[in-house]
Ligand binder design. Sequence first.
Ligand SMILES: *[C@@H]1O[C@H](CO)[C@@H](O)[C@H](O)[C@H]1NC(C)=O
Ligand SMILES: *[C@@H]1O[C@H](CO)[C@@H](O)[C@H](O)[C@H]1NC(C)=O
Ligand SMILES: *[C@@H]1O[C@H](CO)[C@@H](O)[C@H](O)[C@H]1NC(C)=O
Ligand SMILES: *[C@@H]1O[C@H](CO)[C@@H](O)[C@H](O)[C@H]1NC(C)=O
Ligand SMILES: *[C@@H]1O[C@H](CO)[C@@H](O)[C@H](O)[C@H]1NC(C)=O
Ligand SMILES: CC(=O)N[C@H]1CO[C@H](CO)[C@@H](O)[C@@H]1O
Length: 296
Amino acid sequence: MAKFSIFLVIVFFSIFGLVGGFIMPDTSQNASVGAMYSVFKSEIAKLNNQLTNFRIDFANIKADNDKLKATFHDLTTNYANLRTELTNASNENKNLEQEISTINTDMNRIEQEQVSMITEFGTVKQEFNTLGSQYKELVESYDNLTSSQGQGHSNSQGHSPNIIAPRVGFSVNTPDGTFSRDGALNFTKANYNDDDAFNFSSGQFECKVPGLYFFSSTLVREPGGYPESFCYLMINGHALAYLGGYGYNATIGHPSGTATMVTHMNYGDTVYVGMCGVISQIGEYSNLNGFLIDAD
Ligand SMILES: *[C@@H]1O[C@H](CO)[C@@H](O)[C@H](O)[C@H]1NC(C)=O
Ligand SMILES: *[C@@H]1O[C@H](CO)[C@@H](O)[C@H](O)[C@H]1NC(C)=O
Ligand SMILES: *[C@@H]1O[C@H](CO)[C@@H](O)[C@H](O)[C@H]1NC(C)=O
Ligand SMILES: *[C@@H]1O[C@H](CO)[C@@H](O)[C@H](O)[C@H]1NC(C)=O
Ligand SMILES: *[C@@H]1O[C@H](CO)[C@@H](O)[C@H](O)[C@H]1NC(C)=O
Ligand SMILES: CC(=O)N[C@H]1CO[C@H](CO)[C@@H](O)[C@@H]1O
């Protein structure tokens, strides 16, 4: 804009300079007024033309200037937009960088957790293996304790660990009036017999699971020639309790006797009903019972 103002000033001063030159009196030259006038007129006409041309040029130049101004404005606006976009893009980059950094941190944490999980898994696996072998040992101990294959009297103190208390119980009856080996009354029927705890071949209970036991036996005398039948509850071959079925009249009634005992049994200890008298009159409801109260 400033350039164009200067341009206009120059134009106007040029015009007035020319006119001033002709108006000033000139003593060196003398022409006729008519000739001077016509020269003057034609000069003014020329100047008018020039002024018109200048005006047209000025209008053109001003239009160009307006266009340039508009273009400049557009460029400025575009530049501002670009700047904003650039700022936005760089902000977005920063955000993305932060997100990437956060993701990296998370990934590192996850990796660490994975590592510690793998370690923990190893530990748990080891513990599991240990538990597995302990379980195997327990099963073996249990099998050893309940196995019918005896190991002699090795557990004489009876303090093997009470891991899984096995169940031991028997209830037998109906003696057949004979003795088994070692003079044990020969019971023939079992009401209950865990793992053949009572051995019908030997006529006795042989301890496989050391512990505290309860035993009971009832003897019923049948009518006959004698008023009494009797036996003893035998523990390891010792008569420890008496069983007698005595009736005043031998030919009538079913007198009975009962013996009970609570005793600790070691591995291989035996219990049976023996040292009997008048076996032929011992009735079928006579019995022998025993069970483990508490294993060692
Ligand atoms: C730049 O971001 C601002 C806000 O974040 C938004 O209003 C503007 O439209 C964005 N400009 C461009 C050019 O993306
Ligand atoms: C079980 O018995 C076997 C053979 O008698 C023996 O080698 C093993 O050590 C026993 N196991 C346990 C856990 O007592
Ligand atoms: C004892 O009883 C069993 C089973 O009834 C029988 O096989 C065995 O011969 C009996 N023993 C004696 C000595 O009678
Ligand atoms: C039962 O007793 C007989 C005779 O004493 C013996 O041979 C057998 O091994 C015993 N059975 C068990 C399971 O202990
Ligand atoms: C035993 O009982 C029978 C039958 O009741 C009787 O005949 C007998 O005299 C009795 N014997 C005695 C010793 O009382
Ligand atoms: C100095 C001079 O020559 N002046 C003359 C200019 O012309 C007029 C009329 O034509 C004369 O009267 C002057 O003498």
